[in-house]
Write a protein that binds this ligand. Sequence first.
Ligand SMILES: *[C@@H]1O[C@H](CO)[C@@H](O)[C@H](O)[C@H]1NC(C)=O
Ligand SMILES: *[C@@H]1O[C@H](CO)[C@@H](O)[C@H](O)[C@H]1NC(C)=O
Length: 341
Amino acid sequence: MRLSPTLVAALCLFSANAVQGYGILGHTLTGQVAQKFLTPETAKQVKEILSPYYDGLLSKAAPWPDTIKGQAKYRWASILHYVNTPGDNPPDSCHFEYNYHGADVVNGLFNMTSQLQHYKASPPVTPEEKSAREDALRFFVHFMGDVHQPLHNSGKARGGNDAPAKWGRARTNLHRIWDGQLILKDIKDRFDNNPKAYLDNMIDMTRGVWQPAASNWTVCDPDKNQGDNPWSSSTAQLAHLLCPKEWTRIMNQLDCAMVWKDYDESRDYSLEYFEKVTGPENDYLVQRLMAQSGMRMAAILNEIYDPPTPEGTHQCGEQVSHEVPSESIRFVKQGPRRFVN
Ligand SMILES: *[C@@H]1O[C@H](CO)[C@@H](O)[C@H](O)[C@H]1NC(C)=O
Ligand SMILES: *[C@@H]1O[C@H](CO)[C@@H](O)[C@H](O)[C@H]1NC(C)=O
């Protein structure tokens, strides 16, 4: 496949690991969406947390957790990229019964956000603490991408890794198709191989065809994450935004409704299936999931690093709009999330 120079540049950054996890491209795009929705203050603090190498960009930091999977120091994290769902058998039945006792992407997201909050309240002093904080941010951004890849939310055939599939003349598997092939082809076919145009289109749709539903993407009903959640007290401040258990349940349903539906290893997934999950028929699902991931990520980071002041809550209209760029989003506690533009 011929790639545009920008795309090649984006991929080269992490080429050695180009086929792991939700691909480099998916993670890069979710980070880029998020960056557009950060307030300037959040963006500033993110830049301070990340090593200079990343230029303050979430998109550059996002793929990192896939590059360190082999290291003993990070072995604990390799099972946090997904959630297995015992008894689940899409598309016949999507069985999702969550408990917090395992180590998975839901726990991983709670763990990382609680660490980010901890370091916000008591800033790191030693180099070790600073590096733990940077790790937590990189894992957070990455897991936010993974949790929005439907096949990271179903254990069947190891999330589709063991489900052979055809892509044009190539042999691949369902997981890899969702990790990268759908996105690459979408950029190539509809956006002239220009990832920037693809990103801009996602941002436009958050204000266009995806409204009014998109206004609710960052709203979380705290009850949906309760039960025996061991992180609930340390992440209470984020309870109205941080909903990994609910997100993973919804993604799991998508596996039944769309991803695994009519699975057939001899089917060419680059044809009608591709059209169905990337096109208007399903509201540009592949792009929509990345946009949801990015907006939710930004909402949580804004809440941690630049929470609305009591005055801000009351002046959420015009006044705030002079302080933040049109694309950043602010959140009002106990109210619906609003765009400021
Ligand atoms: C939470 O993160 C820390 C590293 O920051 C890790 O050592 C620990 O195992 C994680 N806990 C869970 C339950 O995954
Ligand atoms: C947003 O969520 C609220 C509360 O769940 C619901 O009442 C409302 O209809 C939703 N709005 C849209 C546009 O989906």
